[in-house]
Design a protein around this ligand. Structure first.
Ligand SMILES: [Zn+2]
Length: 536
């Protein structure tokens, strides 16, 4: 046996190297690509997809393995990422696009803690251990000698990829099920991981340049001729309108919004289905039909109020998402006053949205009586049971573990508890504004899956699903504001279908700002508000 092994080592036989490449390829692809195929393609394509993935993966492993030191670094990184992403593919039905990488790199630690769990960590460790075995083998066997031999083998490995191109192009047109996604090219790891590393890096570089240009841009043209006024925008996370009592949900999830007379609108369609993409889009004049980075050259709601002489604030439960270089951080930086609850100064275990109320009070006590503030909540974002205090719990049993380990009943109970907590928070804001000339706008960045299509939680690029694409929109006016003609317009418009595009124009227009940048056809306070066609 020992002789055979040392024979292998000394032989430097290219066939042994080829066998090694095939072993890595088959192992990797079977571990991390199969579920991706099951989620995205009809079963009759499964075998052909597996063969295509073998062909494409083999080229990468062939090249990466030629130098054993390169392989030493490359293999564990690809196995770790493959394992982590595969875990989200299995549980969240994630697709391996650029959005998955945004999720990995931009989500703050507190938010990530919601999805990091022992099963995920175990999955990643197992991947690294498997890669370690291959690394040991790679250091034991010989490689391929001579450029000519390397080139010939490369050509042999590339041939099946070229031959596989035809069935693959046909697959791009395949639609999976009713309301399912139209696949935009075949996702295969580790190829997709490398591609997204590149795209993510490039995007970050471009964003940085656009961030700087935005900072240097002049203030937008906006004016306000009225008296004292307080404008509050409660922007919650992952809240579905159909789980709100005010929209007819069977449970008493929003008793305060009902009793305080919030005017709740019909369906509003979201810009995108993740926080980092949706928040900057809805907070600025950018339209959801424009490219993702359009917000960078558009004024935000806060920059409009600032230009019109208001004191402005961004008060957020979502710490790092507002401070790292993300879309939300760009719009947050337009405010005069910012507060990010990153939990550093907190003794309690959880960050609750109600922690923002003392900060709101601080802002409201500042001298300028014209105020505009965005309260960015965690709201109904996973991990649900950490979003409300034990006293706020209305429904049980609740889900306290990983979302896919709970029953749907537990998930919905915990979710509905978050809705009730957000309603209590909203009531506390109303209480502070009742005697003022004030308006409250209420919406969410996107919705949430609660078991539909086998999905739970949410991720980016899922606009075809109404569960994550439809958001609530509601407006509250203080007593003195009800004399204002905007009140009648709101009542008249509430059954019209709108989108996040309306938020910028509505908040500024309803509050009495005037600007050539405001489009009345998109304002819920204008007679000319255009109702969108039903999309779901
Ligand atoms: Zn969100």
């Amino acid at each position: 046996m020992k002789n055979i092994l040392s024979g292998i080592k000394k032989a430097d036989n290219p066939l042994i190297y080829v066998a090694f490449v095939l072993a890595v390829t088959v192992t990797y692809s079977c571990l991390y690509n199969l579920q991706l195929f099951r989620n995205q393609y009809p079963p009759e394509y499964f075998m052909v997809l597996v063969l295509i993935s073998f062909a494409r993966d083999a080229v990468i492993w062939y090249i990466a393995g030629l130098n054993r030191w390169v392989f030493l670094v490359f293999a564990p990184v690809m196995f770790a990422f493959g394992a982590g992403l595969d875990y989200f593919v299995r549980t969240l039905k994630l697709t391996i696009g650029i959005g998955a990488f945004e999720l990995l790199f931009q989500t703050n630690v507190k938010e990530a803690a919601g999805v990091i769990n022992p099963a995920l960590i175990g999955h990643i460790i197992l991947g690294i251990v498997i890669s370690a075995v291959f690394i040991a083998v790679r250091f034991y066997i010989g490689g391929v000698r001579g450029m000519r031999m390397k080139a010939v083998l490369l050509a042999i490995f590339i041939l099946p990829v070229v031959l596989g191109r035809m069935p693959e192009d046909g697959l791009k047109e395949v639609k999976y099920g009713k309301g399912g996604t139209t696949e935009r090219g075949l996702h295969v790891m580790p190829e997709k991981i490398l591609e997204n590393f590149y795209h993510y890096g490039l995007n970050q570089y471009r964003l940085k340049k656009l961030f700087d240009a935005r900072k240097a841009a002049p203030a937008p043209e906006a004016a306000y001729g009225g008296g004292d006024e307080t404008v509050v925008f409660i922007l919650t996370d992952a809240l579905r309108p159909d789980h709100m009592q005010i929209n007819g949900y069977g449970r008493e999830t929003t008793p305060n919004m009902v009793s305080e007379g919030f005017i709740s609108f019909a369906d509003m369609y979201a810009c995108e289905t993740s926080t980092t993409r949706s928040v900057p889009c809805l907070m600025t004049r950018a339209s959801r039909k424009e490219p993702m980075t359009a917000y960078l050259s558009e004024p935000s709601i806060l920059s409009m109020f600032k230009a019109a002489g208001f004191d402005t604030a961004w008060i957020s439960s979502q710490g790092a998402i507002s401070t790292a270089d993300t879309g939300p951080s760009v719009v947050a930086s337009d405010a005069d006053y910012t507060f990010f609850n990153d939990g550093v100064n907190k003794i309690s275990e959880h960050i609750y949205d109600s922690d923002l109320l003392p900060e709101l009070d601080k802002f409201l006590s500042r001298p300028n009586p014209k105020k505009a503030v965005v309260l960015h909540l965690n709201g109904s974002h996973w991990d649900y049971h950490t979003r409300y205090s034990p006293e706020q719990k209305k429904w049980s049993p609740e889900c306290t573990g990983w979302v896919y380990d709970c029953t749907l009943e537990e998930v919905v109970n915990a979710y509905d508890n978050t809705v009730a907590a957000t309603d209590e928070f909203t009531a506390a804001v109303v209480e502070r504004l009742k005697d003022k000339n004030a308006l409250i706008f209420f919406s969410s960045d996107h919705g949430q899956f609660l078991g539909e299509h086998g999905r739970r939680i949410h991720s980016h690029e899922l606009l075809e699903f109404k569960e994550v694409s439809v958001v609530p929109f509601a407006v509250w006016l203080s007593g003195s504001m009800k004399k204002n003609p905007v009140f009648a317009a709101l009542e008249k418009n509430k059954d019209k279908i709108t989108s996040h595009d309306s938020i910028f124009h509505s908040i500024t227009d309803c509050s009495g700002l005037s600007s050539p940048l405001i489009d009345k056809d998109l304002s819920v306070c204008s007679e000319s508000l255009v109702s969108l066609p039903e999309e779901y």
